[in-house]
Write a protein that binds this ligand. Sequence first.
Ligand code: SAM
Length: 274
Amino acid sequence: MTNDCTQLYIVATPIGNKADLSPRAVDTLKNVDIIACEDSRTSANLLEAYGITTKLVSYHKFNEKQRTQEFLQLLQAGQKIALISDAGTPCISDPGRILVNELFDCGIKISSIPGACAVITFLSMIPRNTEEFAFVGFLPRVKNQQKKLFKKFAPVDTVFYESPNRLLETLENIKQTRGTNTKIAVGRELTKMFEEVKTGTVEEIIEYYRTNILKGEIVCMLYADSNSDEQESDIIEKIKKLKSLNCSDRDISSILSTLYGYNKNKVYKLSLAV
Ligand code: SAM
């Protein structure tokens, strides 16, 4: 159901499985005046399947600024607009940021109609020990910039989007930067017929994709490095606090490994040294 005050709707569309368009998204797309979309051929295909005949207007990274001004005038004249992208949630590694920022500043009421998003779909289906994660979108193309990023985000599970053509090269770069035993999860073709999830060390994943099909849409997660310097200083801080409460080294290693999933032996050794 469209909301009377809302003027711009950010509408999530499926990331591969057409059945994942929500009833509220369908209703909204039918009732707005125009739908701003990245590629009208891709969107027309989906909209046709749901009997949505609303007018489509292009909004992509090459005309974002110009369209933003045009949409602002339409909205100020009382029209309602929905923004969609080729797949998933607009503004998540997709166009829309310029429009949202500008309209927000102009006091236009914006609502989001939630739905599929590759990063969240993936995170919900792989084994993890923490709520924390960093999402970095597409990685920089330059190898050294990638390396900097892998080091910077070492203390936290890091999710990124990748193309099948570049995946093996990226995995080799991860291996060089973070070591052969770094844990990785790869999600391919999520929500589609040939959906696949692989987890293992970077070495194992490279080996797997050297001999198995590597095409389609890909999302990856680089597991946090439990030996990273930042995590170590975090552990030391916690050890100091527990020591001030007279906890023994053995108790400290049990408490911190239970509460935070740290390696028990590592905490014990650090505790002896503090
Ligand atoms: N806005 C989208 C979202 O909400 O996830 C992402 C758009 S981004 C331009 C497209 C990238 O997302 C793809 O290149 C791929 O890395 C990832 N992706 C999209 N659909 C996917 C799927 N079904 N399975 C795995 N990754 C997917």
